[in-house]
Each structure stands twice: as structure tokens, then as C-alpha cells.
Design a protein around this ligand. Structure first.
Ligand code: SF4
Ligand code: SF4
Length: 92
């Protein structure tokens, strides 16, 4: 199935979005933990942006910004952050 950029379709329980570089998957439903950024600690080194396997982290004015629609909760960003600015918290 080919989706146009920005088009959203549900396939086999996954939400797919065309134009997304890493499969375009909405993965939020898989997550048991989610990352929370403490902007006061963020040094804007952008290591988390480089390491995130889902491309879910952007460069914001105040620091890293995580798009939770695409975050699978792997915790790599929290592990790699040299400032301890990302905490993984359990989803409720
Ligand atoms: S790795 Fe940590 S300090 Fe660096 S941009 Fe990401 S949240 Fe900020
Ligand atoms: S928890 Fe994993 S998928 Fe989510 S933002 Fe961090 S590195 Fe990316």
C-alpha cells in the first residue's frame, strides 16, 4: 500500500502515515514508558535527536521536543542524554 504524504490509514492495527522516513508508524500504543524532557537541564547537544531510532525527537527553542505519536518508549534517548535531562516514566 502506498500512501500520499500526510495521508493516514489504519492497516493491521498500526497507524501508518505517508511521507515518514522510518516506516511512518504511530507507535504510541506499544509504549509502557514515555520520555519526559526537563528543559531546564537540556544542553541542546542533540545527541538524543541523533540516537532516536524513530526520528521522534525535534530541536526546539527550549530543548529537545519529543513527538509521542512516534515514540516507542525504548529509552535510548534517556540513556544517551549526557545531562540527565530525559526521564522515562511509566504510562498510566
Ligand atoms: S541529549 Fe539531553 S541534553 Fe542533549 S539535546 Fe537531548 S535532552 Fe537535551
Ligand atoms: S524513548 Fe526511544 S523512541 Fe522514544 S524518543 Fe526516546 S529514543 Fe526515541
Amino acid at each position: 500500500m502506498v500512501l500520499a504524504k500526510g495521508e493516514v490509514s489504519e492497516v493491521k492495527g498500526l497507524m501508518l502515515r505517508g511521507g515518514r522516513s522510518v516506516g511512518g508508524r504511530y507507535v504510541a500504543d506499544w509504549r509502557t514508558f514515555r520520555p519526559v524532557v526537563d528543559a531546564s537541564k537540556c544542553r541542546k547537544c542533540w545527541l538524543c535527536v541523533m540516537y532516536c531510532p524513530e526520528g521522534a525527537i525535534g530541536r526546539g527553542e527550549e530543548g529537545a521536543v519529543i513527538d509521542l505519536r512516534f515514540c516507542k518508549g525504548c529509552g535510548i534517548c534517556a540513556n544517551e542524554c549526557p545531562a540527565g535531562a530525559i526521564e522515562m516514566v511509566r504510562e498510566e
